[in-house]
Design a binder for this molecule. Structure first.
Ligand SMILES: Cc1cc2nc3c(=O)[nH]c(=O)nc-3n(C[C@H](O)[C@H](O)[C@H](O)COP(=O)(O)OP(=O)(O)OC[C@H]3O[C@@H](n4cnc5c(N)ncnc54)[C@H](O)[C@@H]3O)c2cc1C
Length: 426
């Protein structure tokens, strides 16, 4: 095998690519990371980022192992100890005279205390996670960051791959990891196709400011038009903050986009339940198309995919990056240590990674689809099924605890009957 400066190239220093680069470097691999736009440093004075993620306990464990969690905590994050889901009330008693929704039917709550834990997860601004990972990579002597730089071409040679960047540099490596997100150029260049379904609903994310303190509960209310979610953010600039996710038809989101801030606040008050802390301002909003997309293969030749490059899912349960972190941990584990192997692009390693991850990612995609179709619907039998389902999920202690542990990323598996039900219904 020819002598090269780097063993592995990671294309994209998003949250997943950066985590993978650190995990591989910790095992002795020499890693080069290629990224067009380095993250900006978050400051305590800045308003919260519009892009936030609910990070599970499993993701926290990985980020602790990589040594980045303390830096993230030192910036800011919002732990949550409770998670509630319910269906929007209907009928004449659904709202108070001001138009705010009141009752919670079949509300199910998941509670950290019941599991003997201090929290279920954390809501973290993506830029906080990205910045902490980026800094850590900069400190590592087995990681080289090439930025700003974009992958332009990828060519397999006898025993490796040669990358060409827009900077004109060529980079020879043994394994290429595509961590360049949903529109992965690496995936395209490797000739890997995808199956894609664009959901009719889209998502608008709105950051609201409210009176302090920060909330410690995250919740989601289902309506036939789509869910309305609240994610607590940490206090910033003396205010409480929350991230709202409003799923709806594109036409409704067009209307919300065209509104000025006071109209948007009025629309939020009308459409979100009283549980929402009264919003004083809504300074940032953005729209995100949502699609389910799954790569036909996770590996081809010496190219392997992780994170959104391999799969995108409906974000309604906030699991996208948590799955990506699991991909990163699994691939690093399959690669083993640099001292025990000399070819990280060995097809057996990449097959072992795909065999481990594909069924888990597929199951989560199917579960999200099931939720999407079950709840985006005003059909009375489905309404009854939802009410019974949510009620039962909350009342069978065993199922309740196991589902919570799965959603928190503590357990890899759902109880077998639930897994097979999801597979059959999806
Ligand atoms: C509205 C919404 C809410 C969400 N909420 C949650 C949540 O609560 N919890 C959760 O787990 N997930 C959530 N997700 C999903 C989550 O945001 C994604 O799964 C996650 O960001 C994917 O990370 P990634 O690193 O794989 O890809 P990305 O974040 O897309 O990163 C890709 C990186 O590759 C770089 N890149 C792109 N092209 C090239 C190229 N040609 N060469 C080199 N580099 C390149 C980019 O600059 C970027 O840095 C949400 C998604 C949406 C839309």
């Amino acid at each position: 095998m020819s002598e090269r400066e780097h063993d592995i190239a990671v294309i994209g220093a998003g949250m997943v690519g950066a985590a993978l680069a650190l995990a591989c470097a910790a095992s002795g691999w020499r890693v080069v990371v290629i990224e067009p736009s380095a993250p900006e440093e978050p400051t305590p004075e800045s308003d919260p980022d519009l892009r936030v993620s609910a990070l599970s306990a499993g993701s926290e464990a990985l980020l602790r192992q990589l040594g980045v969690w303390p830096a993230m905590e030192a910036m800011r994050m919002a732990p949550f100890g409770r998670l509630a889901v319910w269906e929007a009330p209907t009928g004449p008693l659904a709202s108070v005279p001001g138009g705010r929704l009141v009752a919670n039917q079949a509300r199910t709550e998941f509670n950290a205390e019941a599991l003997g834990r201090s929290h279920l997860g954390h809501i973290v601004e993506n830029r906080v996670t990205r910045w902490a990972l980026w800094q850590r990579m900069g400190d590592h002597d087995r990681i080289t960051r090439l930025y700003p730089a974009t992958l332009k071409t990828l060519e397999h040679t006898n025993d490796g791959v040669t990358l060409t960047l827009d900077t004109g540099n060529t980079v020879p490596v043994t394994l290429v990891v595509g961590a360049d997100g949903a529109n992965s150029a690496t995936r395209r260049m490797a000739g890997i196709g995808t199956s894609r379904n664009q959901y009719r609903q889209q998502a608008m994310v709105i950051n609201i400011r409210h009176a302090p303190p920060a909330e410690t509960i995250t919740w989601q209310m289902f309506t036939p038009q789509g869910p309305k979610a609240y994610l607590p953010l940490p206090e910033a600039n003396g205010s409480g903050w929350g991230s709202l996710v409003w799923y709806d038809q594109p036409e409704t989101l067009d209307e919300l986009t065209a509104m000025d801030e006071s109209q948007l606040l009025a629309a939020i008050r009308r459409n979100f339940p009283l549980t929402l802390p009264d919003p004083e301002a809504a300074p940032a909003r953005g729209r995100f198309p949502i699609a389910r997309e799954h790569a036909h293969q996770y590996a081809r030749g010496r190219v392997v995919l992780v994170g959104d490059a391999a799969h995108t899912i409906n974000p309604l349960a906030g699991q996208g990056v948590n799955l990506g972190f699991r991909d990163a941990a699994a691939l690093a584990r399959c690669l083993g240590t640099a001292s025990s192997r000399n070819d990280p692009g060995d097809a057996r390693i990449l097959t072992a990674y795909e065999t481990e991850r594909r069924p888990h990612n597929r199951l989560m995609m199917d579960a999200m689809d099931l939720f999407y179709h079950l709840f985006s619907n005003a059909n009375p039998p489905l309404h009854l099924a939802r009410t019974l389902g949510l009620g039962l999920a909350g009342r069978i202690p065993f199922a309740h605890e196991r589902v919570t542990r799965y959603a928190m990323g503590i357990d890899e598996h759902l109880p077998a009957p639930i897994e097979s039900l999801i597979k059959r219904l999806a």
